[in-house]
Design a protein around this ligand. Structure first.
Ligand code: PLP
Length: 445
C-alpha cells in the first residue's frame, strides 16, 4: 500500500533552495546570517512575542520584523482590520479613505507635521525628503552623519551603518563618484565639524539628514543639546533639517525620539521634514514623509518636485498602519519601556556575572547591547565600530539554541513589543547566563 510522504522541510533545505535563485539567499542582506554564521531561519508564522520556523521550532522574537511589530505579531485587531480591507479588494490605484484617515492620525499626533505624503518604504521616504529639500533651497549638497542609515538610495549609502556595518563595507559599488560627492559625511554628535562645514560650504547645502536617535550602528542617541545645535546651525545657513524617524517613530516613544527631545528641552528650533516607516505600516509596506505645509506643497501635483508610486498609500497597508497606531495607547508604551527595563537589567546582571564587557545603550524604549570595552559615553561611528562581533556571534547562537531569536548582527537594535510580558522576559533571562558564558569564551578558531 502506498504511504503518503510526510517530509518536514528544514531551514537548511530552504537556505539551499533560496541561494540557488535569490542572491545570497535573501531579499535584504542582514538576513543572511553573514556576520554570525550558521543557517538562517525561515519563519512561517508569528503570534504575540513568538515566531515559528519551517521546522516547527518556536522562538521568542527580539527582531520584531525590524521594528513594525510594535504590538507583537498577528495582533487580532490589526489582522481583523486587514482581513476586512483585503475582502474589499487589493488597491485601486486611486485615492482611498484609509490613507486619508492615516494621514489625519499622523498630523494629529505629530505637532510639526502639517501634511503627509505616503510611500512604500523608508528608502523612498528619505529620498523624497531630500528631493523636497533640494527643490525648496535650490542647493545640491546633503550632510549626513557616519553610521546613520537612511535606506539604500545612492546618495545616502556613504558610511551608512546597518547592513554595511555588518558586512564591513564602507559604501556600495554602483554609486557614481558624482552622486557620492553630493553627500558630505560628518562624525555624529560633533557640532564643531558641522559648524566648520557650514562655514565653508553653507550656501550649497540643502539639508542635514539625521536619524532622530541613531539606531543602525547599535543604539546611539544624540548628546544633550546636539539636535538643537544641528537645527540652529543648519537654519542659520538657510538649510533644512530632515529628521529620520523611520525606525524610532512611534517606537522610541509615542511621537518618536523627537517627541522625547521636544518634551525635555522646549526647542527653539524644529525640524522641517520628518520621515516615518516601519510602525506606520503595521507590518505592511508603508512609509511617509511629512512636514511643514509650505514644503510639502512643493510636491507634485501642487508643486514642481516630482514623486509618485503605483502602490503608494495602499489601502491594505494604510489599514494595517491605522489599526496599529490606534492600538498604540499609553499602556503599549508603558509596556515597551518596562520590557526594555527588565530585559536590560537581566542582561547587565548575566554579563557582569560572566565577565562579559558590554554597554547597554537606550533611546526611549529602544535599546541595544554593545559587546566589548567602550568609552564611558560613545558618541560616534568610529567608537560604535569597536563592537566585538565574534562575541556577539557566540551569544547569538547560544540564545537561538535556547529558542530566542535576536537580530543576526551586532549593530542592530533589539526590538521588544507590547506582547513581551514579564513571563516572556523571564524566559529570555533564563537563557542569558549560559549565552553570556558562550560570549565570554575566548575564540580559538
Ligand atoms: N531610515 C532608517 C532610520 C531606517 O532604520 C531604515 C531601515 O531600517 C530606513 C530609513 C530604510 O527603510 P526601508 O528599509 O523601509 O527602505
Amino acid at each position: 500500500m502506498a504511504t503518503m510522504s510526510t517530509h518536514q522541510p528544514t531551514n537548511a533545505e530552504y537556505a539551499e533552495r533560496a541561494e540557488r535563485v535569490i542572491p545570497g539567499g535573501v531579499s535584504s542582506p542582514v538576513r543572511a546570517f553573514g556576520s554570525v554564521g550558521g543557517t538562517p531561519r525561515f519563519f512561517v508564522s508569528g503570534n504575540g512575542a513568538r515566531v515559528v520556523d519551517v521546522e516547527g521550532q518556536e522562538y521568542i522574537d527580539l527582531v520584531g520584523a525590524w521594528g513594525p511589530a510594535l504590538l507583537g505579531h498577528a495582533d487580532p485587531r490589526v489582522i481583523a482590520a486587514v482581513h476586512e480591507a483585503v475582502d474589499r479588494g487589493l488597491g485601486f490605484g486611486a485615492s482611498a479613505p484609509a490613507e486619508v484617515e492615516l494621514a489625519e492620525l499622523l498630523v494629529e499626533r505629530l505637532p510639526e507635521v502639517d501634511k503627509i505624503r505616503m510611500v512604500s518604504t523608508g528608502t523612498e521616504a528619505t529620498m523624497t525628503a531630500i528631493r523636497i529639500a533640494r527643490g525648496a533651497t535650490n542647493r545640491p549638497l546633503i550632510v549626513k552623519f557616519a553610521g546613520h542609515y537612511h535606506g539604500h538610495s545612492d546618495g545616502l549609502l556613504a558610511a551608512a551603518g546597518s547592513g554595511l556595518a555588518t558586512l564591513s563595507l564602507p559604501g556600495s559599488a554602483g554609486v557614481t563618484p558624482e552622486s557620492a560627492a553630493q553627500t558630505i559625511v560628518l562624525p555624529y554628535n560633533d557640532e564643531d565639524a558641522l559648524e566648520a562645514v557650514f562655514n565653508e560650504r553653507g550656501s550649497q547645502i540643502a539639508a542635514v539628514i539625521a536619524e532622530a536617535a541613531a539606531a543602525n550602528m547599535g543604539v546611539l542617541p544624540p548628546k544633550p543639546g546636539f539636535t538643537q545645535r544641528m537645527l540652529e546651525i543648519a537654519h542659520k545657513h538657510g538649510a533644512l533639517v530632515i529628521l529620520d524617524e523611520v525606525l524610532t517613530g512611534f517606537r522610541a516613544g509615542p511621537t518618536g525620539y523627537w517627541g522625547i527631545e521636544r518634551d525635555s528641552v522646549i526647542p527653539t528650533q524644529r525640524p522641517d521634514l520628518f520621515t516615518y516607516g516601519k510602525v506606520v505600516g503595521g507590518g505592511l509596506p508603508m512609509a511617509a514623509v511629512g512636514g511643514r505645509a509650505d514644503l510639502m506643497d512643493l510636491l507634485a501635483p501642487m508643486g514642481p518636485v516630482y514623486q509618485a508610486g503605483t502602490l503608494s498609500g495602499h489601502p491594505v497597508a494604510a489599514t494595517a498602519g491605522l489599526a496599529t497606531l490606534r492600538a498604540a495607547d499609553p499602556a503599549v508604551y508603558q509596556r515597551l519601556g518596562a520590557a526594555a527595563d527588565s530585559l536590560t537589567a537581566a542582561i547587565a546582571e548575566a554579563f557582569t556575572n560572566a565577565g562579559v564587557p558590554h554597554r547597554i545603550q537606550r533611546a526611549g524604549t529602544l535599546f541595544s547591547v554593545l559587546f566589548g570595552d567602550f568609552p564611558e559615553s560613545p558618541s560616534n561611528y568610529d567608537q560604535m565600530q569597536l563592537q566585538d562581533t565574534a562575541a556577539y556571534g557566540r551569544f547569538f547562537h547560544s540564545m537561538l539554541s535556547s529558542g530566542i531569536s535576536l537580530p543576526p548582527s551586532a549593530f542592530e537594535a533589539w526590538f521588544v513589543s507590547a506582547s513581551h510580558d514579564e513571563a516572556t522576559i523571564a524566559q529570555i533571562a533564563d537563557a542569558l547566563p549560559h549565552a553570556a558564558k558562550s560570549a565570554a569564551q575566548a575564540d580559538f578558531a
